[in-house]
Design a protein around this ligand. Structure first.
Ligand SMILES: Nc1ncnc2c1ncn2[C@@H]1O[C@H](COP(=O)(O)OP(=O)(O)OP(=O)(O)O)[C@@H](O)[C@H]1O
Ligand SMILES: [Mg+2]
Length: 172
């Protein structure tokens, strides 16, 4: 369902160039579980950001369900990100002043569902990661592992085709 063809990514800051990805070719099938390992700075987050549509590749092509993304507009990337991908970030990116229930509800980007259903789906996702009793707490009232699970619930709530997790098992 996803194909990377000779993907490169070059970051340019000032007159310094960093070649973070130097031609990655990879295929992902449906229902496949894939881990990417490598030392710090080798390009793992860069690769996930590109696969998740959060950042753009420099050259090559990312093929989604058989379709090239070379001509994707911002609008196409937005739709891809919102409907197809769930992301668990390296730093969970939870909103501190909102309850964890709201954090998960806010991630529900699927249109045309009622407020009531949004809440039900968010509660279900939190239940699935074992946080049913914590839904009214704020992120800073949780342990590291619990925060991580909120981030996972948030990635699952849209029922995406692709779930990307940056270092989901790192101990915090
Ligand atoms: N926005 C940026 N501008 C310039 N260089 C960057 C940028 N983001 C990352 N880099 C560089 O690209 C390379 C890959 O970074 P990346 O964050 O993908 O590594 P990583 O494998 O996720 O590392 P870690 O395991 O420490 O999270 C590094 O050399 C990093 O310094
Ligand atoms: Mg990283």
């Amino acid at each position: 369902m996803l194909q990377l063809k000779k993907i490169t990514k070059t970051y340019i800051s000032g007159d310094e160039k960093v070649e973070a990805l130097k031609g990655i070719t990879l295929n992902f099938r449906e229902s496949e579980f894939v881990s990417i390992l490598g030392q710090s700075g080798c390009g793992k987050t860069t690769l996930l950001n590109i696969i998740g549509g959060l950042d753009r590749y420099t050259t090559g092509d990312l093929i989604i369900n058989g379709k090239s993304t070379k001509k994707f507009k911002d609008r196409d990337w937005d739709a891809y990100r919102n409907y197809k991908v769930g992301f668990v970030f390296q730093s969970y990116n939870l909103i501190g002043h909102q309850t964890i229930l709201s954090n998960v509800e806010l991630a529900l980007t699927i249109g045309g569902i009622s407020k009531r259903e949004r809440k039900q789906r968010a509660i279900k996702a939190l239940e699935e990661v074992g946080l049913k009793e914590q839904i009214h707490k704020k992120p800073n009232q949780l342990s590291g592992g619990q925060m991580q699970r909120v981030a996972i619930a948030r990635a699952l709530v849209n029922n995406p085709d692709i779930i990307l997790a940056d270092e989901p098992t790192r101990s915090t």
